[in-house]
Design a protein around this ligand. Structure first.
Ligand code: SAM
Ligand code: SF4
Length: 359
């Protein structure tokens, strides 16, 4: 047995082991994917769960240096879907047995915003007879707000750490307290305290990022005992400050390959968590999300955002499915998931096994 094969069979991994896995190529990379697939099947089974993604507003108070909808991007036409539109989309998700929705937006924390989400949560629960699971992805909020939203029906929250390296985090965000790494960490802790299934993740292939950084990101996810992970390739957007560093980037294909290796390696490290096949994978390879499902991911987030808003929620270039309606997306997705050999968990919440076992 080679040293690489020995590492693959471990259940605990050092940073060096993770770097070795993330650096694998050719036959060894295939062995990693094969092992991750079998660990996934053993730990969480073959089902893929849907989280219908509703990008309900692109208004954001923040200025993350990588994001196309950052506050300072004046080219973006700002929108806010109406309550009726959001509820109609959630009804579609429920009627089509999606199991769960993710309400995602830019980051705002005004009382109007907080109370609006609160009422929406209650209405979504009502219209679906409490059957629709609700994940929120609305940025950093106070612990009181997290508690209020949990009380009203949200039970999962996604807040990516973006990078667990505080120096790298600083380089991809404006230097002020509003964009502080410590605040981000505190927000993740607060979400845990408030009782959510907590999801976080990183961007892969950022300028200045090393393979050691990514290995540390994986150890960070393990150390904070996360329940769900969404991580995908960083993709440049020309109207953002980070675009200036595009010449230092790996190619998109390299970032895509690295993202798949991150998913597979994370599956070995944390077998029972939920791992999403990130939309950004599909921006590089049309079958990118299905490839991630085959080698370790078990969650997919079909985009249910109304077409009239989609092109204004361009976080990065080449964002997929800009002019496909939700139904069309669902049909093509269904066929592709079946081709990837997975089964769709229609109507099921598909909560993180890791979370259920520790509660
Ligand atoms: N505003 C909330 C937040 O930041 O947590 C939620 C929405 S935000 C658009 C969701 C995620 O999009 C971020 O966590 C970030 O990782 C990702 N994102 C933003 N710009 C990106 C880019 N250029 N490439 C890849 N992912 C990006
Ligand atoms: Fe706003 Fe989120 Fe984009 Fe940052 S990543 S600018 S918080 S939408």
């Amino acid at each position: 047995m080679t040293n690489f094969q020995k590492i693959l069979l471990q259940t605990d991994f050092s940073r060096d082991d993770l770097v070795t896995l993330l650096s694998s190529e050719g036959d060894e990379r295939q062995q990693l994917f094969h092992r991750a697939q079998s660990v996934k099947l053993q730990a969480v089974g073959n089902k893929v769960y849907f989280r219908g993604l509703v990008e309900f507003s692109n208004i954001c108070a923040k200025d993350c240096l990588y994001c196309g909808i950052r506050k300072s991007n004046e080219k973006v036409i700002r929108y806010e879907a109406t309550d009726e539109e959001i509820l109609e989309t959630c009804r579609f998700a429920w009627e089509n047995r999606f199991g769960s929705v993710v309400l995602q937006s830019g980051e705002l924390s005004s009382p109007t915003f907080v109370n609006r989400i609160d009422l929406l949560l209650q209405k979504i629960k009502q219209l679906s007879n409490n059957e629709l699971g609700i994940t929120l992805s609305c940025g950093e909020q106070s612990i009181e707000t997290y508690r209020q939203w949990k009380e009203s029906g949200a039970h999962r929250y996604l807040l990516r750490i973006e990078s667990s390296n505080p120096d790298l985090y600083r380089r991809i965000h404006p230097e002020n307290d509003f964009h502080s790494f410590d605040r981000r960490l505190q927000a993740l802790q607060d979400l845990k305290t408030a009782g959510y299934q907590v999801g976080t993740g990183v961007m892969i292939g950022l300028p200045f990022q090393t393979t050691e950084d990514l290995a540390n990101d994986l150890l960070f996810l393990k150390q904070i005992d996360v329940d769900m992970v969404g991580m995908g390739p960083y993709i440049e957007h020309e109207d953002t400050p980070l675009y200036d560093f595009r010449s230092s980037l790996k190619t998109k294909q390299e970032r895509f390959d690295l993202a798949l290796k991150m998913v597979a390696t994370l599956r070995l490290l944390m077998p029972e968590i939920n791992i999403a096949a990130a939309t950004a994978l599909q921006a590089i390879d049309p079958a990118g999300r299905e490839k991630a499902l085959t080698i370790g991911a078990n969650i997919i987030m079909p985009n249910l955002t109304s077409i009239k808003y989609r092109k204004e929620y361009q976080l990065y270039e080449d964002k997929p499915c800009l002019d496909e309606d939700a139904e069309l997306c669902r049909n093509c997705l269904e066929a592709r998931i079946e081709l990837s050999g997975c089964e769709i968990g229609y109507g099921e919440w598909g909560d993180s096994k890791h979370f259920i076992q520790k509660s």
